[in-house]
Design a protein around this ligand. Structure first.
Ligand code: PLP
Length: 447
């Protein structure tokens, strides 16, 4: 690699960064992260901080997981790539598909389709949902329902079901036939309802109303994150996902659980669907599937969809969809090692226990700082929503958000800003002492 001066001089110049304005990035160049160890990362100036972002919701096992590194090195040396398209397969992809369908059997998953990441996994689920209805002879079922504030990646399908205008407006027209229902957020909802159980009923009623308006026989699937991540860690009322499942069942609509963030223990359960006691028809996974060590995703498919595809021997049942890197042997080898380590270390249990520590610490920060309008979380995913004024809930401005995050960084904690939320999704190997460090860093930032 070239030297430090070269990197600093060219930072944000020949490269466009996702989710950022190129000119803004040049004016305020991003931190250059050079090294990771345990739950910490070190920047180009040698400053080491605790990574409360966990890469991007994905580095669940931290940066020093030797079994994953070894599995990648071994697989690179044995077979760095082979295609999973019709005609060929590879050992790690067969084994990982087996492990994932065994592991997510309680959610009803029986098949795995590999992708290169979360957006691909969402696109796969949406396309398979439409194909499912063609197989079933109900070709009119093409529409999708989703939640406002939901995030489902940035491919055209995923961005169309996204519930945030920032990811849509500049790219319109989006996929036609996508309809959004209110996000089940007790802090901000159109009903001004703060009671969780009542809010769940109101959002469910809105979903019923939209289905009646569109006609159930035109809707292919409903997609939701069990806990909405990028939208600001919105934890739906306990009953909401179950209510949505009942509505889908009543109207024959498929349910897609987007588990790209919530999969593999982040919420304190092995999946968000398991957390809420729901069996979806498909689950999208990515991120922690390799703990971020290699790009990989998977769409898991439940029994009903599987049976329809596998029973149809015509062209309708053939999957005209896939990626060069579907079933990448190195990615799947990384996935096998990550899954084994995640299970061995019981990261679901640790996410639950440390999540409770974190929730207590964040509640104390809310009590101390008027800037904090709301704190929310489940397991080790959490958000602090910053406001200029608690009564009106006016969002804190961009400058304030940057100031808080920069001060927290100076105090030794990497945070992520999303709108007026500070997002926390640290590695799931976090200790109680790490939680204290994170809370102290945020405290310093807010102060
Ligand atoms: N779905 C959810 C719930 C996500 O949070 C994300 C990314 O953050 C995606 C899909 C898209 O994943 P990727 O960025 O790997 O394409």
């Amino acid at each position: 690699m070239r030297d430090r001066n070269f990197l600093v001089e060219n930072n944000a110049k020949p490269i466009w960064h996702p989710m950022a304005h190129p000119a803004e990035m040049r004016a305020q160049p991003p931190r250059i992260v050079m090294k990771g160890e345990g739950v910490e990362v070190t920047d180009i100036d040698g400053k080491t901080v605790i990574d409360a972002v966990g890469g991007l919701w994905n580095v669940n096992l931290g940066y020093s997981c030797d079994p994953i590194k070894q599995a990648i090195a071994d697989q690179l040396s044995a077979l760095p790539y082979y295609s999973g398209f019709r005609g060929t397969s590879s050992g790690p992809s067969i084994e990982l598909a087996y492990e994932l369908t065994e592991w997510f059997k309680p959610e009803g998953m029986v098949r795995a389709f590999f992708t290169s990441g979360g957006s691909d996994s969402v696109e796969t689920a949406l396309r398979l949902a439409r194909q499912y209805w063609k197989i079933k002879g109900q070709a009119d079922r093409t529409k999708f329902l989703a939640l406002k504030k939901g995030y489902h990646g940035t491919h055209f399908g995923g961005a169309s079901v996204n519930g945030n205008a920032n990811f849509r407006r500049n790219y319109e027209p989006m996929l036609p036939g996508v309809f959004h229902i209110p996000a089940p957020s007790t802090y901000r909802n159109p009903f001004n309802e703060t009671d969780a159980a009542k809010l769940a009923q109101l959002c469910a009623a809105a979903m019923e109303e939209e289905i009646a308006f569109q006609g159930a026989d035109t809707i292919a699937a409903f997609i939701m994150e069990p806990v909405l991540g990028a939208g600001g860690v919105i934890v739906p009322p306990d009953s909401f996902m179950k209510l949505a499942r009942e509505i889908c069942d009543r109207h024959g609509i498929l349910m897609i659980a987007d588990e790209v963030v919530t999969g593999f223990g982040r919420t304190g359960a092995w999946s968000g669907s398991r957390l809420w006691g729901v069996k979806p028809d498909m689950m999208t996974m990515a991120k922690a599937i390799t703990s971020g060590y290699f790009p990989l995703g998977a769409t898991l498919i439940g029994e009903q969809v599987t049976e329809a595809f596998e029973a149809d021997t015509t062209a309708f049942g053939s999957i005209g969809h896939g990626y060069t890197y579907s079933g990448h042997p190195v990615g799947c080898a990384a996935g096998l090692a990550a899954l084994a380590e995640t299970r061995r270390l019981k990261l679901d249990e640790n996410a639950h226990a440390r999540g409770e520590d974190l929730a207590r610490a964040l509640a104390a920060l809310k009590a101390k700082h008027a800037l904090v309008g709301d704190v929310r979380g489940k397991g080790l995913m959490a958000a602090l929503e910053l406001v200029a004024d608690r009564d009106s809930k006016k969002a804190a401005d961009k400058k304030t958000m940057a100031k808080v995050a920069d001060a927290a960084y100076e105090a030794g904690v990497m945070l992520r800003v999303s709108g007026n939320n500070l997002i926390l999704s640290p590695p799931l190997i976090l200790t109680a002492a790490d939680v204290r460090r994170i809370a102290e860093g945020i405290d310093a930032g807010l102060s």
